[in-house]
Write a protein that binds this ligand. Structure first.
Ligand code: ZN
Length: 188
């Protein structure tokens, strides 16, 4: 079981690989205000998703990560340095992955396939990322988080898949991703 959980966590790392590295020499302190913020986000998302997920603080070297057991880990440096909209979006995106059990579904697909990642696995990951973005955009609207800071979050990231042909990309290009999020936000 522990092996399976480790395997699933590793897969999640792949699902949500975002390029920015949050590496720091010392462990940054998280303020009481930020702790309250993630508690507030956790409570509101749990009510909205009708689930009992929990958010922890860790060093993820990206914004946040999750597994379908309902453990969300938000990166300590990101939590301390980003604004409310960015933090909400990163967490809500991970909630969507966890709620829809994207890691388990990818794991099942991987077991069904031979060693090399196939085009259909990439397509599934792309679909899951878009799905998580759409759900996070709707939750942001519902809960009053700023779309401007979410768009800025997406557009200010370097493209983690720059130069990769479309058929192998998991994420849309930042501009397309932001446009999709904006469309869902305004249509919900
Ligand atoms: Zn993701």
């Amino acid at each position: 079981m522990a092996k399976l959980v480790r395997g699933l966590s590793l897969l999640l790392l792949l699902i949500c690989s975002v390029s920015t590295q949050w590496v720091s020499g010392s462990v940054p302190k998280v303020s009481a205000e930020r702790i309250r913020l993630i508690k507030e986000i956790q409570e509101r998302l749990n009510v909205s998703f009708q689930c009992e997920f929990s958010i922890s603080i860790g060093d993820t070297r990206k914004y946040a990560m999750a597994n379908s057991g309902g453990i969300i880990i938000v990166d300590r440096s990101f939590l301390q340095n980003a604004d409310r909209g960015r933090i909400f979006f990163a967490i809500a995106h991970e909630y969507a992955h966890a709620y829809l059990e994207h890691d388990v579904r990818l794991f099942a697909m991987a077991l069904d396939q031979d060693a090399a990642p196939t085009k259909s696995a990439v397509e599934a990951r792309r679909r899951f990322e878009k799905e998580a973005d759409g759900i996070a955009a709707r939750k942001a609207k519902e809960m009053g988080f700023s779309i401007d800071s979410i768009l800025d979050f997406i557009l200010s990231q370097p493209d983690p898949e720059k130069g990769i042909p479309f058929e192998y990309r998991v994420y849309s290009k930042p501009r397309e991703r932001a446009d999709y999020i904006l469309t869902v936000y305004h249509s919900s």
